[in-house]
Structure formats: structure tokens, C-alpha cells
Design a protein around this ligand. Structure first.
Ligand code: ATP
Ligand code: MG
Length: 449
């Protein structure tokens, strides 16, 4: 068997082996190569101790951040490679941190600490594949199976439960029966994990191709870290627009958004406020007045809990806040102005996904949204004016006309409003003319500071 490694990985293996140390590529990159995918990065494992790895790569740039765990990152021909000494982990008191870490000379022992059989294979050119736990067979079957005894492995590190869901979403694999049963027994341990580790796995899960299936199959597991999902399970919306229960509607909407984290998070939480807002109308229809605001508030809390970066959180909350607001063509400029270009198109993408998750008879809004998008793009091409900064005049121009202090800001605001309303074109000459006319009509305005 010959796998197509990146030349830098091959070089690094050659250097280690040339110095007398056993070395392999290992984990996700081997799995991806066997699947015919291009690995995102190449991880190496070796019998060499970290200090020895540093000596062997003395001529290269080295990053020592992972040294405590036996990892040395080496820059080889422009590619960062993580090189980790074979190690054994045993027992964990709190399901978060491996208690003990010791180095070993055995690749088999190193493989035993890895999470799933498909992630526990190693390979080196000329030496072939090392597969101690049936990883290749599980890869063929599309199965995620713990290495060793699943309850114990989840007790050692509960993040592995979320990793199983993550890999299920990204690889489209099923979780093997014993492994899944153990995950369900141990799910309570997810509560103790650090927010950053949880968020890392959830993020990868959500942008995975199979995110919809994972949301639908494992809300009980996800609900431990995302309790917002639990009241959505099976919630009958009792409304003609909807053919799905709330969780299914949500999962279908997620599936219809482009795989970008902000949009996927927005889709995930866009209706999470609905259970709290349900009312039954006299017409026998379910209504959810105020749910956009409620969902935005719940998403804000959830994303803070997950220590999501501020910018991403604000973006997601904003999209959710407006997900239900109809964007009308005549107010396009105002919408663009309010949200900014990027978020505006993201909002259209979210609304499109939301519409595609309605009952079939009500999915027609998608065409209207396509029309609005085309219209907005045209508008931006014609006059890409949006904010004060985009006006064809600036404060200096106004000072040259004799305006001072606050009058400058007020005049700029007035110009922008007129341009956004379409009553004034964003051209320098037209704007300056407007200012002169305005001053002539309001001679006292100029004096105000
Ligand atoms: P990706 O393609 O997303 O990087 P990956 O399999 O490389 O997937 P990483 O998180 O980069 O995943 O981890 C690299 C390898 O380290 C895994 O393949 C696995 O062998 C091992 N590993 C990572 N995290 C754990 C864990 N929590 N428990 C056990 N083994 C782990
Ligand atoms: Mg990796």
C-alpha cells in the first residue's frame, strides 16, 4: 500500500528515521488518505523523546507550545508538522484531563490512547499501515468505534462523546452500537468539559455535511451542552406553514445554509425561542409572537456560555434578531445600511434556508429572496454607498465650505439620508451643490456649533 503523503511529511519521516528513530504519520491524516481525501494537516508520532526531536530538527524552526504533552511543532519546507512522542495516558479523575502521561517506545500503546479505531492507524512509506484495532474495517463500514472499552474511554475524556458526533457529521459515519450506548450512559460527564473544547467540536460538527442527521439522531446527547435544543424536540408547531416539528425544521434549515459557522449557528438557534412564545390562536393555529427577539436572547446566552468570540456572537444574534423580518425591495437601501453588506446577504441566506424548511406549499418565498438578492447586488454596483465613509464628500470638504464643529456631522448625516432615500445622487458635485443650496436657505445653521 502506498499513500500520497505531502512531501514535507515524507521529508520529516526520513529525517527522524535517518537519525535512528521510528516514526509514522498517524491519526486523522491516515484516515483521510485512506478515504481518498486530502488531509488538512499531517501529524507524526515517534519513539524519539521531545528533546531528541528538537535535536534532530535543530536546523528547522521549532515551536515548543505542546512540549509538556510531548509535542514539538516543526516547520518543514513551509509546513508546520506536529511531532508527538509515543505516549500512554491512564485514568482520569474528572473526565477532562488525562491523569497521567508517560512516554513509551511502543506504537501499539500510543494507538491505544486514541479515540476511535479509524483515528488510531499509523503509516510510513516503505513500512506500510499499522492498524492494531481494526480501523480499516471500520473505515470500510463507515463506523465510529471506541478503541478499547467505550465507557472507560468516555470516563477518561468525555469530549470523545462530542468527537463521535463531530466525526459522524463530517465523515457521514454511524456510531457503532456499543460506543453509542456508552455515550448515552456517560453523557452527564459532558457538563464538566471546558467551554472552549466543547465549542471547538460543536463548530466542526455544525459545518459538517451530515450536521442535520446528527441533530436529529442525537438531541439527547447534544442537549447536555445545548439545553436550548431539548424543548424543540418533537414540538408540534400547529401551523399550516409548517410540516415539521421544531427540531426537524431547525435541522432542515441548518442543512440549507452554506457551511459557514455564523450561518449554521444562526440557523441552529433561529427558532429556539419558539417554545417559550407559543400561543394557540382562535383560528386553531399556533403562533409564536416575539420569537425572533426571544431566540436572539437565548442564543446570546448560549454563545456566551460557550465562550464564542464576541464578533461571531454579535453577528449570529443579529441574524437571528432579523430572521423573521420581511426584507422589502423598496427598503433595500435601508436594510443594507443597517446590516452592512456582508450581514445583509447572510440574512438572505438564512431566510432562504428557513423558507426551504417550511411546508412545501410555502417555500415560494425563496424566489422572492433570489429577486431581492439580485436587486441588492445591482444597487450596490450602481452606487455602492452605504455609510458616512462611503459618501463622495467628507468632513474636510465641508470645512472648506465654512462649516464647523457639530454642523459638519449633521450635514453629513443629512446628505447620507438623502442619498439612501434616493433623492440625491452620491456624486461630489451634486452633494456640494446641495450643501450650498441648504446653507443659502438656512443662513443661521452655519453659525451653530
Ligand atoms: P481533523 O481532520 O479534524 O484534524 P483529526 O482526527 O486529526 O481530525 P484531531 O483533533 O486533530 O482530529 O486529533 C488528532 C488525533 O489525535 C486524532 O485522530 C486522534 O487519534 C487523537 N485524539 C485527538 N483528540 C483525542 C481525544 N480527546 N481522545 C483520544 N484521542 C484523541
Ligand atoms: Mg488533525
Amino acid at each position: 500500500m502506498k499513500l500520497p503523503l505531502a512531501p514535507q511529511a515524507e521529508t520529516a519521516l526520513g529525517i527522524l528515521q535517518g537519525a535512528g528513530y521510528e516514526a509514522w504519520i498517524v491519526g486523522g491524516c491516515v484516515r483521510d488518505l485512506l478515504l481518498g481525501r486530502t488531509p488538512e494537516d499531517f501529524d507524526l508520532c515517534t519513539a524519539a523523546r521531545p528533546e531528541e526531536v528538537k535535536d534532530v530538527f535543530a536546523g528547522h524552526r521549532i515551536v515548543e507550545t505542546g512540549l509538556r504533552h510531548g509535542t514539538v511543532t516543526v516547520l518543514v519546507e513551509g509546513m508546520p508538522l506536529e511531532i508527538t512522542t509515543y505516549r500512554v495516558e491512564s485514568g482520569s479523575a474528572d473526565a477532562r484531563h488525562p491523569d497521567q502521561l508517560r512516554f513509551t517506545h511502543s506504537l501499539r500503546e500510543d494507538a491505544a490512547r486514541r479515540d476511535f479505531t479509524v483515528n488510531a492507524m499509523a503509516y510510513a512509506p516503505g513500512r506500510g499501515l499499522q492498524d492494531f484495532y481494526g480501523g480499516q474495517g471500520d473505515l470500510k463500514k463507515g463506523l465510529l468505534r471506541c478503541v478499547g472499552e467505550p465507557d472507560r474511554r468516555f470516563q477518561e475524556d468525555a469530549l470523545r462523546i462530542l468527537r463521535a458526533l463531530r466525526f459522524s457529521a463530517t465523515l457521514g459515519f454511524a456510531i457503532e452500537g456499543e460506543t453509542l450506548a456508552a455515550a448515552r450512559r456517560q453523557k452527564g460527564l459532558l457538563v464538566g468539559l471546558s467551554a472552549e473544547r466543547v465549542a471547538g467540536e460543536l463548530g466542526k460538527l455544525l459545518v459538517g455535511q451530515g450536521a442535520k442527521g446528527v441533530l436529529l439522531d442525537y438531541p439527547d446527547l447534544l442537549g447536555v451542552v445545548l439545553p436550548e435544543l431539548l424543548p424543540m424536540v418533537g414540538l408540534d408547531q400547529r401551523n399550516v406553514h409548517h410540516c415539521y416539528d421544531l427540531l426537524t425544521h431547525t435541522a432542515v434549515a441548518v442543512d440549507h445554509t452554506p457551511p459557514q459557522i455564523a450561518l449554521r449557528l444562526a440557523a441552529l438557534f433561529h427558532d429556539c425561542g419558539k417554545p417559550a412564545c407559543f400561543s394557540l390562536g382562535e383560528d386553531g393555529q399556533g403562533h409564536f409572537y416575539g420569537h425572533a427577539r426571544e431566540s436572539a436572547a437565548l442564543a446570546e446566552t448560549a454563545l456566551r456560555r460557550l465562550r464564542c468570540p464576541n464578533k461571531l456572537r454579535e453577528r449570529v444574534v443579529k441574524l437571528i434578531r432579523y430572521h423573521d423580518s420581511p426584507v422589502e425591495e423598496k427598503f433595500l437601501r435601508r436594510w443594507l445600511n443597517r446590516l452592512g453588506e456582508e450581514d445583509f446577504f447572510a440574512l438572505l441566506a438564512l431566510q432562504r434556508a428557513d423558507s426551504l424548511a417550511l411546508a412545501p406549499a410555502y417555500r415560494g418565498r425563496v424566489e422572492a429572496l433570489d429577486g431581492i438578492e439580485a436587486q441588492a447586488r445591482k444597487l450596490l454596483q450602481e452606487t455602492p454607498c452605504l455609510t458616512l465613509r462611503d459618501l463622495a464628500v467628507n468632513g474636510r470638504d465641508l470645512m472648506a465650505l465654512g462649516l464647523e464643529g457639530r454642523a459638519i456631522g449633521a450635514a453629513l448625516d443629512r446628505l447620507l439620508t438623502a442619498v439612501l432615500a434616493g433623492s440625491l445622487s452620491n456624486e461630489r458635485a451634486a452633494l456640494l451643490q446641495n450643501l450650498t443650496d441648504f446653507d443659502a436657505k438656512n443662513p443661521d445653521k452655519k453659525e451653530k456649533k
